[in-house]
Design a protein around this ligand. Structure first.
Ligand code: SF4
Ligand code: SF4
Length: 373
């Protein structure tokens, strides 16, 4: 389908069409002094005119010089919360007349429409698909949410200081399929979206929007806007060559840098919970005092907890050093052997939300420098 132009004033029509189609629409909102993904009911819920400034252990919102709807970068939380909730009951059991009766939880929920998915986040969802759908034990709730998902992606036209998708080859321009792709363009006279449908469902929605054909000038403006985000990253301190990172880490499993980062890391697990690709979960059973009712719950887990590697009466990764090394080498090295691509998409969340400002890109530099020494 050809690229079309949708006036920014008509963006709400896209959201209303999705709601009429029965989707629960999730998009960025301004909440608790941050951008979060949450349910929205109109374009008025979007954080128009707000941008984020992220740095090591720091996240601030400020008003933008323009009225862009998507001038901010990735939200503090990620889309994984909606596809795979942080905590959910798997089943209940009760004893009735001496018999155990099991009741499975329903996976029925309204279909989701995400609006504002960035390129790095599409890559993160693809990674989670590999775990939850293509793995040997598919997760039925995830599969159901994912198969019915309507994805409206947005090309990034601005990067914040923690973004490094350009180093991981995951952005800022969307390269994976989505139902509709948007590029927001603002110049002195106009504010509009370049709109491109990427699926039959997307084409059906776009056909109902008040669009007009995009001329060469408008398309060039879109390319330049995305180019600005790319240039911000390429000229920033977190731009690096990631092509040999796997080998670098495998060569440096005993680097002194692991001791250095362990001195600072609190093992708090923030990085894993904020990360859009981390997928570990734990299962807990509980019974009531009568012993007649039991429940099984699944919740997100983290490789930074002591219990995570507890097996046969002992914890395998007792030290913070071993836990950080496990997390980082899994993200950037063993993940490639496991899934065929890196487990890091360069979204920068783990950098912003680390309470002591540990920066995965800086730790890589430390390891490289220690090896060179
Ligand atoms: S490791 Fe950090 S930068 Fe990479 S995907 Fe996870 S949160 Fe984003
Ligand atoms: S790297 Fe930072 S966010 Fe991650 S566990 Fe250590 S202190 Fe927490």
């Amino acid at each position: 389908m050809q690229t079309a132009i949708l006036a920014a004033a008509d963006l709400d029509q896209l959201i209303q069409l999705l709601i009429v189609e029965g989707f629960q629409v999730i998009g960025p909102v301004r909440d608790q002094h941050a951008i979060l993904y949450d349910q929205i009911s109109s374009a008025a819920d979007l954080p128009q005119g707000w941008i984020d400034q992220q740095e090591k252990g720091s996240y601030r919102l400020e008003q933008s010089p323009n009225q862009a709807y998507f001038g901010h970068t990735v939200a503090a939380n990620s889309w994984k919360k909606f596809l795979n909730p942080p905590r959910r009951r798997l089943w209940r059991a009760s004893r009735e007349n001496g018999q155990l009766v099991f009741q499975a939880e329903s996976n029925e929920a309204p279909p989701l429409a995400f609006i504002g998915v960035r390129s790095c986040e599409l890559h993160a969802i693809r990674i989670q698909d590999a775990v939850y759908i293509q793995g040997s034990h598919p997760d039925e709730l995830y599969r159901s949410n994912r198969q019915r998902l309507f994805n409206v992606s947005v090309n990034c036209t601005r990067a914040t200081a923690t973004c490094f998708c350009a180093s991981m080859n995951t952005g800022p321009e969307v390269s994976l399929p989505s139902d509709i792709n948007l590029t927001e363009v603002i110049d002195a006279e106009q504010h509009y979206f370049l709109v491109k449908a990427g699926s039959p469902a997307g084409e059906r929605i776009v056909a109902q929007l008040p669009t007009r054909a995009a001329d060469q000038t408008a398309q060039q403006a879109g390319r330049e806007a995305i180019g600005a985000a790319l240039q911000q990253m390429q000229t920033g301190p977190r731009y690096f060559d990631s092509s040999d990172v796997k080998e670098l880490l495998y060569r440096n499993l005993e680097s002194p840098s692991w001791d250095d980062v362990a001195e600072r890391c609190l093992s708090c697990a923030n990085c894993t919970l904020a990360c859009p690709t981390c997928f570990c979960s734990a299962v807990e059973d509980s019974t009531d005092l009568t012993g007649d009712h039991a429940e099984r719950w699944q919740r997100w887990d983290s490789c930074f907890t002591n219990d995570f590697s507890y097996i046969h009466g002992g914890t395998i990764r007792e030290s913070t050093r071993s836990r950080y090394r496990q997390w980082m080498t899994h993200k950037l090295a063993t993940w490639i052997d496991q899934f065929g691509h890196s487990g890091c998409v360069g979204c920068g969340r783990c950098i912003s939300w680390c309470p002591v400002g540990i920066d995965i890109t800086e730790e890589l530099l430390h390891i490289r420098a220690a090896e060179a020494k």
